[in-house]
Design a protein around this ligand. Structure first.
Ligand code: CA2
Length: 151
């Protein structure tokens, strides 16, 4: 079975514990369950991870590139958190890995503070989903699956 990798960056482990007006009350474990359910519907194995460390995320993207080349990984859904707005290193990792990756944000970053309007990741992504709450994870997974099926 082909798989999909869901990566979550810094502070997303706090989801559901603070800032409910922006991020809702759902925890990251709830998001994992939603993604696993979506994976079952799409016939895809789901690998769901979170790290607060940029280098760990970079290593996982490199590994994803190798898995994509080997034909076992469809692509990556990536909520890079605040690294979205700061990390040239993650941009380079996505480009270097050559794996199809959807940039995902729970909130509509363009309706928030100006420092959230720029993304270093968008030019390296095949698509972007933002502002749909945690349903965005489902939309991003569906988008990657449809893209891989040639639809
Ligand atoms: O909207 C998103 O998904 C973000 O990627 C979330 C990041 C933020 O820096 C981006 O600009 C947009 C923040 C993730 C931290 O989430 C928290 C959740 C609850 C309490 C504190 C932080």
């Amino acid at each position: 079975m082909s798989s999909i990798l869901i990566l979550n960056g810094p502070n997303l482990n706090l989801l559901g514990t603070r800032e409910p007006a922006v991020y809702g009350l759902t925890t990251l474990d709830d998001v994992r369950a939603l993604c696993e359910d979506t994976g079952r519907q799409l016939g895809l194995k789901v690998d769901f991870r979170q790290s607060n460390h940029e280098g760990v995320l970079i290593d996982w993207i490199h590994d994803a590139g190798a898995a994509h080349r080997a034909g076992t990984l469809l692509g990556v859904v990536f909520n890079a958190g605040a690294y979205t707005h700061t990390s040239v290193a993650l941009h380079d990792a996505i480009k270097g890995a050559g794996v199809p990756l959807v940039e995902l944000h729970i909130s509509n970053v363009h309706a928030r503070e100006p420092f959230r309007h720029h993304s270093y990741l968008s030019p390296a992504a095949v698509g972007i989903v933002a502002g749909f709450g945690i349903d965005g994870y489902v939309l991003a997974m569906q988008g990657l699956a449809r893209r891989a099926s040639g639809a």
